[in-house]
Ligand binder design. Structure first.
Ligand code: NAP
Length: 278
């Protein structure tokens, strides 16, 4: 049996064990996926332990996605571009680090909302880890990107890093945002605004939305954030974070085994876990 897991702190909230174990069962893969609580000062020890125990692979979640990098023997181009690792493969005593967050976001977008990413202009709200992965991926696709963040300097720094795609950065002030909004096709929320602690709040006022805008919120709990409620009420095509969650996991399978998992089984496992939390 192959053993895999996810390291993070906290880890109880992770839906990855349900997703992967459901997919293993569906395709008859002899594997087990476990949640592993790892303290921030124990990352190196945890990686050495997983290697010694013969783990086949790991996922890495908050707050360890950057911390694991010095211990990797090899980083993929995606991991290098975003400076973070969310998937590790152990092979012949070596650790290979990869990032599937950006590719997972792109796959979800292409499956459910947008087929012409390169021709679209995106406004990314937020400049944290997820925004970074998404900006790198959209930049790689050739999309035009604007980034807006509560701490405007972080948006500007991120935009500067992806300057090849003519990215620009700004704050979340509604006056500043309204001009940028008029020029974009797609808005992507990567801030934490709208999650359980701030349920009912939206990162942007409803009156900045318009019906021809496509609106993505990468939050998946709750499944319908206030931003998506506002957008859907205007008739905007919308997408929540479940697709990104499922597809980043699917891309991990590709990195571990070179095969695609049954994403519909993974999605059903996520929806079932989320509904039991509500
Ligand atoms: P992060 O690195 O901590 O970044 C958080 C971002 O939210 C920062 O840009 C921060 O702005 C902004 N923010 C926080 N509180 C805010 C407020 N009150 N008003 C305005 N902006 C605020 O987090 P992350 O890892 O990027 O994750 C962000 C979100 O994406 C989370 O909800 C997470 O669950 C979700 N996510 C989903 C997936 C998926 O697969 N669907 C994957 C990854 C993440 P400052 O820079 O000003 O602090």
């Amino acid at each position: 049996m192959q053993v895999l897991g996810v390291i993070g702190h906290p880890i109880d909230h992770s839906l990855s064990p349900q997703m992967h174990n459901a997919a293993f069962q569906a395709v008859g893969r002899d594997a087990l996926y476990v949640p592993l609580l790892v303290q921030p000062d124990a990352v190196q020890t945890a990686l050495a332990g997983a290697k010694a125990l013969g783990f086949f692979g790991l996922n890495v979640t908050v707050p360890h996605k950057q911390a694991v990098i010095p211990f990797m023997d090899h980083l993929t181009a995606e991991a290098q571009a975003v400076g973070s690792v969310n998937t590790i493969r152990f092979e012949n005593g070596r650790m290979y680090g990869h990032s599937t967050d950006g590719p997972g976001f792109r796959a979800a977008l292409e499956q459910k909302l947008i087929t012409d990413i390169a021709d679209c202009s995106f406004l990314i709200l937020g400049a944290g880890g997820a925004a970074r992965a998404i900006a790198a991926e959209l930049g790689r696709c050739g999309a035009h990107i604007t980034i807006a963040n509560r701490t405007a300097g972080k948006a500007k720094d991120l935009a500067y890093e992806f300057a090849h795609s003519e990215a620009r950065g700004m704050g979340l002030d509604p006056h500043e945002l309204s001009r940028a909004m008029a020029a974009v096709d797609v808005v992507v929320n990567t801030t934490t605004v709208g999650m359980h602690a701030s349920r009912g709040e939206s990162p942007i006022p409803r009156d900045l939305l318009r019906p021809d805008l496509r609106v993505v919120d990468i939050i998946y709990n709750p499944q319908e954030t206030q931003l998506l409620v506002d957008a859907a009420s205007l008739g905007c095509p919308v997408l929540n974070g479940i697709g990104m969650l499922v597809w980043q996991a699917a891309k991990s399978w590709e990195f571990w085994w070179g095969v695609s998992p049954p994403t519909e089984v993974m999605e059903a496992a996520v929806r079932s876990a989320l509904s039991s939390m509500e």
